[in-house]
Design a binder for this molecule. Structure first.
Ligand SMILES: NC(=O)c1ccc[n+]([C@@H]2O[C@H](COP(=O)([O-])OP(=O)(O)OC[C@H]3O[C@@H](n4cnc5c(N)ncnc54)[C@H](OP(=O)(O)O)[C@@H]3O)[C@@H](O)[C@H]2O)c1
Length: 239
């Protein structure tokens, strides 16, 4: 999509969102950011360089205004909040983005694309525990991210759902490596730099090979990736 000039970043004020703003500006894209009204000051360092549409990201009116004329929409499916924040956000983007726009969404490995995703018992137990604890204190609605992705997978839009491993801060290691299936040995290290997660999201806007894919990503320098490369095994995105 070399003609992309205008992208909307939904959830721009979070950590991942701010990194995506940086990458998008570096590429010379015009950026429209959406975030909750109270989070607008978090974007002060981009003043004069991006347009901000304040409001709840699951408000269809807010999203309709923000995505107008955008060639691409990068959406953080928020892990926080209740009341269908993720699924409402995804639905608003699916409903209101321009026809033909590239839509890229973020979530975690816990969202399964199909029955070929393989999870360890430990991983599943951790997700269940976190979901239960979080719902108990009404802070997080992990199931709603799953519902958001179910709607995206069923859509005929030009979507990509990027599934992140555990994240850490730190300088870039380059574009993460990806696999179609959680449980693939190349992903075993389960760690990606947040800055590089954002890089993968922005790069997906111009990568048609990941349309209708849900790449599960891991850091390019992760031990499990290096082990695969030393063994001569080809991995997605490692070339
Ligand atoms: N953290 C991890 O280890 C991890 C692992 C795998 C995948 N991911 C994925 O990476 C993406 C970014 O996650 P992150 O953990 O790195 O956090 P993040 O980038 O800081 O993003 C959190 C987002 O949630 C919003 N938010 C926070 N509290 C909210 C509330 N009560 N109601 C509505 N929205 C709220 C934030 O908006 P405000 O700025 O307005 O607060 C922000 O847009 C998500 O899609 C997540 O599923 C994260």
């Amino acid at each position: 999509m070399s003609s992309t000039t205008k992208v909307c970043i939904v959830g721009a004020s979070g950590k991942l969102g701010q990194y995506m703003v940086e990458h998008a500006l570096e590429r010379g894209y015009e950026v429209v950011g959406v975030c909750r009204e109270r989070s607008v000051p978090k974007l002060d360092r981009f003043a004069g360089r991006i347009t901000i549409v304040p409001g709840p990201t699951n408000d269809p009116d807010v999203i309709r205004r923000a995505v107008a004329g955008c060639d691409g929409v990068l959406t953080v499916l928020a892990p926080w909040g209740v009341q269908q924040y993720s699924s409402g956000t995804a639905q608003a983007v699916l409903d209101h983005a321009e026809p033909g726009a590239r839509l890229v969404f973020s979530c975690g490995w816990h969202v399964a694309r199909d029955d070929q995703d393989r999870y360890t018992r430990r991983f599943l137990a951790t997700v269940r525990l976190v979901a239960w604890l979080a719902k108990a204190v009404r802070a997080v609605e992990i199931d709603d991210q799953v519902e958001a992705c179910r709607r995206i997978f069923a859509s005929d839009r030009r979507w990509t759902v990027v599934r992140g491993s555990d994240l850490e801060e730190g300088p870039s290691q380059g574009l993460p490596v990806w696999s179609r299936h959680v449980g693939d040995p190349v992903l075993a290290s389960n760690l990606t730099r947040r800055l590089d997660f954002a890089l993968f999201m922005v790069a997906a806007l111009t990568d048609d090979t990941v349309i209708h894919e849900a790449p599960a990503i891991v850091g390019r320098q992760a031990p499990s990736v290096l082990a695969h490369q030393q063994g001569g095994t080809e991995v997605e995105g490692a070339s």
